[in-house]
Design a protein around this ligand. Structure first.
Ligand SMILES: [Zn+2]
Length: 298
């Protein structure tokens, strides 16, 4: 018998594991510093004790204070830490995103607070996701561009152009571009690829310069009704666009150019972990930057 496939955390499990703010803070402390770590001041391998009523811990030897939330999305937030954890849980449990209205309703916070939390979490998801170049080991990369959005609140045309590249069986990367000219799109695309990556696109002329830039290139002729020629197709990136549009059009309704890259980061994160949805929340909970990259004194 094979092992049962692990399942994503249920809401009941979430509240059993993270019953209050103190447990959440202990988690952040452990995730970033471990059970013991070398104290910045006394240089001993120290355990840190929680300081009551503050989001801080102190060194058992010299009393140096540590604030584990510095450099995390929760730093300087007056929203309870457990709300942040639950909001991150909701972002991982959903397929199509979590609107600020929904966060406001679920957490009982103001709309403004929910809106800010959502963006902080999206940025954090993008950071946790990273952007490793695509197309190593000869894997095929599908590249494509699409329009996101429609009319703004005043009925004006408000479409944004997004380019994306996805490695078959691997990760997706996207970026917002101001226009669809080759000289705009290609440099952005190159930043997503390993040198010499094999790229499949549709027959749009913007990709014609790929071979002269060192990227073997094949295309399907969408304008002549050709969509699949053996391994030559763009079905994977099209599937990502479909997911992104379901989320943006269905959940978020209107996304401004200013915030579009944050939404892209959120959908990339979920897509890139699509085969292991049960680790989506777990990875986010351990993705805090290493404390050495964050100023140690507040
Ligand atoms: Zn110390």
């Amino acid at each position: 018998m094979g092992m049962a496939k692990p399942k994503p955390m249920t809401i009941r499990q979430f509240f059993a594991i993270y019953p209050d703010d103190d447990v959440c803070l202990d988690h952040v402390m452990r995730a970033r510093y471990g059970e013991r770590h070398i104290c910045d001041r006394c240089k001993k391998s120290a355990h840190y004790y929680r300081i009551k009523a503050r989001q801080a811990y102190e060194c058992e030897y010299c009393g140096l204070h540590l604030y584990p939330c510095v450099g995390t999305p929760f730093h300087k937030s007056r929203t309870p830490l457990q709300y942040w954890f639950f909001a991150m849980y909701l972002f991982c449990a959903s397929r199509n995103g979590v609107a600020a209205k929904e966060l406001q309703r679920q957490l009982g916070v103001t709309y403004k607070c929910a809106f800010r939390m959502g963006h902080k979490i999206r940025e954090f998801m993008a950071e946790a996701d990273g952007n490793a170049p695509l197309g190593g080991l000869g894997n095929i990369v599908e590249a494509d561009e699409t329009f996101i959005g429609g009319k703004d609140k005043l009925g004006e045309d408000d479409k944004h152009i997004v380019i994306g590249a996805v490695e078959r069986g691997g990760e997706v990367q996207t970026d917002v571009v101001p226009d669809r000219r080759g000289m705009t799109v290609l440099p952005k695309l190159r930043r997503m690829l390993v040198p010499g990556a094999r790229v499949v696109t549709d027959d749009n002329a913007i990709y014609d310069a790929l071979p002269t830039n060192g990227y073997p290139h094949a295309s399907v002729n969408h304008s002549k009704g050709e969509y699949v020629r053996g391994p030559i197709h763009t079905n994977t990136i099209e599937a990502f666009w479909a997911q992104l549009k379901r989320g943006i059009n269905g959940t978020y309704i209107h996304v401004s150019q200013k915030h579009l890259d944050k939404y892209l980061g959120e959908f990339e994160y979920r897509f890139n972990l699509r085969k292991q949805p049960y680790v989506m929340f777990e990875i986010l909970l351990w993705a805090f930057r290493r404390p050495s990259l964050v100023p140690s004194r507040v």
